[in-house]
Design a protein around this ligand. Structure first.
Ligand code: HEC
Length: 116
């Protein structure tokens, strides 16, 4: 009885480790990297409502990820900054776009959280 409980806990931990970073990776490849990436459209003020909804959902998923390195609490703050910037853009708040450009700084975030 006790042993199987421990096995279950071990299994749960290894499953959650296996999925750590998956959402982030996908978001980077699909929404950040491409020439016509949605994140670039936001910077140019060209994102549609659907684009913004996609990004918002993506950053919410990303905040649940644990990055390869760096402090989880700061990671959550970075993701939160992206989320609030997108919400401002959605609300047509003029400062949303500049907030987003600051928050989406590729290098600043990679230096802190991206592993090798
Ligand atoms: C909020 C933090 C954050 C921001 C902002 C960010 N990245 Fe990332 N990025 C990461 C992390 C963390 C990884 C490592 C993901 C992993 O391998 O698990 C990563 C990985 C990547 C990868 C490699 C994906 C792969 O195939 O493994 C690319 C490409 C990338 N980012 C592009 C970008 C670009 C372009 C920008 C700016 C427009 C950007 N990122 C902004 C956190 C960020």
């Amino acid at each position: 009885m006790k042993k199987s409980a421990i096995t279950l806990v071990t299994l749960a931990i290894s499953l959650s480790l296996a999925s750590a970073g998956d959402a982030t990776k996908k978001i980077m490849k699909e929404l950040h990297k491409p020439e016509d990436a949605i994140c670039k459209k936001v910077g140019r003020g060209e994102a549609t409502d659907a684009d913004l909804a996609t990004l918002l959902k993506a950053y919410e998923d990303m905040s649940g990820d644990t990055p390869a390195k760096g402090a989880k609490s700061i990671w959550m703050e970075k993701c939160q900054a992206l989320i609030s910037a997108i919400k401002k853009v959605q609300a047509k708040d003029a400062s949303g776009t500049s907030d987003f450009k600051k928050a989406v700084n590729c290098k600043a975030c990679h230096d802190m959280f991206k592993g090798k």
